[in-house]
Design a protein around this ligand. Sequence first.
Ligand SMILES: [Fe+2]
Length: 316
Amino acid sequence: MTEGRSCPLAYRYSAGALCQEPRSVSEDVLYIIGGLYGNPWALDEIEQMALAEERQGHRVRLVFNGDFNWFNVSDSLFRNINNRVLDHTVSLGNVDYELAQPSAGAGCGCAYPDSVDQGVVERSNRIMERLQGVAAEHPDIQRRLSQLPRYWCLIFGGLKVLVVHGDPESLAGWGLAHEAFAEGNDNKLSEWFIASEADVIASTHTCLPVLWSGLVGERSRVVVNNGSAGMGNLQSDPRGLITRIGFSSPVTEPVAGIQRQGLHVSLLPVSFSLEAWLPEFDRLWPSGSPAAVSYRNRILNGTSLTADDVIFPSLI
Ligand SMILES: [Fe+2]
């Protein structure tokens, strides 16, 4: 296996198996939070957003679909992030998986495609090595991480909401990446929706947001990828994004949203304090360190995407 390029066998599953044991949720709103990347101020802000919903009478379930760890390479921040996240509904990302039970030769477990520069891959492997060194000092947290599932299938308002980290074939799959939608992945989407019988598939992992809707088998379906909760996603915009699913309108203005048969699926901005997070990030990852080289510019300036680039009309 090439470190950081391939995915371990333990990451694999089949789309048909994912919704065989669905779990009902009774809350009014789901927040699906992928890619917190160890940012405690983003977590503060998400908790505040949930409180604001509750003041409007909405009960919110926080669902973390992986990679809540990444930049949090101090003992205190590692414990802070994990202890707070693990109180909620949680499934593993490749980062968390490799902290709980490192796979030989997996590197970061990111399964980066060929389009990703080798320098990025090698820096991610070095970030993972450093984070694994911190995790090894906290076996109680490693044990809790090792007990987490790789995905959830939630029954929400009578709909099946499939929550994965990568795609419906692999924990670190790139089949629901922005790039995959840009290239056209309708055949795969049809296959996955028919096999899983999901109404909504929520993903993250690939770090750029997507909101897709269409008909498969004459049923309305939605795919949503929140990009990153703890890092900027759009042009000149350092705010994170989370997925909100509910039968009511969000209480904050979404970056992008769709409504299908009364269901609102929205990408909500996470306006965390960059003034607080950046000095902490710089202390943990000084100039020249792998995370500073790979991520500092994105943390400050976001990506090249506009909000319109996130929406994908159906070609099915
Ligand atoms: Fe990931």
